[in-house]
Ligand binder design. Sequence first.
Ligand code: PLP
Length: 411
Amino acid sequence: MTSTMLSPESAPFTPAVASKADAAPLPAILGTYKRQAPLFVRGDGVYMYDDAGTRYLDFVAGIAVTSLGHNDAGVNGAIQEALSTGLIHTSNLYRTAPGEALAQWLVERSFASSVFFANSGAEANEGAFKFARRWAKSTGAPAKHEIIAVRGGFHGRMPGTLAATDRPNYRLPFRPLMGGVSIVERDLTELSVALDPETAAAVIVEPIQGEGGVRVLDPAFLQGLRTLTQERNVLLILDEIQCGLGRTGTFFAYEQLGFEPDMLTMAKPIANGLPMGAILVNETVARVMQPGDHGTTFGGGPLLAHVAHHVVQRLSDPALLQHVKETGAWFGEQLQAIGQRTGAVRAVRGTGLMWGMDVHEPASAVIARAFAQGLLLVSAGEHTLRFLPPLVITREELASGLAILESALKA
Ligand code: PLP
């Protein structure tokens, strides 16, 4: 390990100790989330409703998932169609038409020659790490296995993906993390030191780091990384789980970068809320994968695949993508203007309908005040608000949320 890499084992961690609160009644759902109090019972378009009938404008979209909004007639219709076959699940031991059609569609629309269907983002990334190691073994370099992630990234909370995720509070309680995974600075010189062709199997990077604060990575950096990985015979995995599928105004974010990755992971909006992920792989990777190398019980089942096939066609519609570009640019300008008017904002960053706003006070305080006025927001770090509205949102709907945001920032 070089000095530029983070050593996850070196940071101190103080475990929680038993307190009086431990005697309090436990929620039936394990307490890994601080949930907002209202009970949500209904959704429609860009709104969610609680059991008291209160309406909330949704600038979160289930964290970049319900890109077509709630209760979408097309998505509901696709679910009904899939149900009408009576075939929800068969396992991957058998062929089904929806998965094959969806994979074919994705292959035709991308750099990929094959697709593996998973159930979530973390599972897609874990699979991509395995595929990278499988490919590395096939190159004849016995020590080639390392996965290198980039500072500020988030790739999931499973053993491998957590080791690639740059959030100390997520990592520290779970050390030791999976070995052979390192985090390197967002710097081509540092990455050049780390990318030893004898040991490095793959680099994983989000073109726009979502959880890390909505950081749009410099295209020149990403292009340089593509060149470097090619020179060193290392795979490049793009994690487009949050920034892909139309969120930045192109179906894949990489379409704006002028190069193709070796693998790409996607999840979140692919079935507009039904759990699904996918790993797109190029021919080099596809050729080394053999029966038994990887598996999943549910991945790509007929119900999910049929719905996802409907969703990806909608999310790749040029009219929708144009709407995301234009509306997103306008939204970004409005956020900047709010920053100037309120003096409560340090910086605004983003693209398409994926924006971050650094605020002086804790983001949680602004989120709570916006929530009280009927606007749902999520953070991306302690002082960053994140905006991930449904992609179908109109300017008028965005404007009503912006008015609430401004009042929450002034309060
Ligand atoms: N990768 C990125 C970029 C993400 O934003 C997320 C989730 O926020 C993940 C991976 C993990 O996805 P999941 O929560 O579906 O496991």
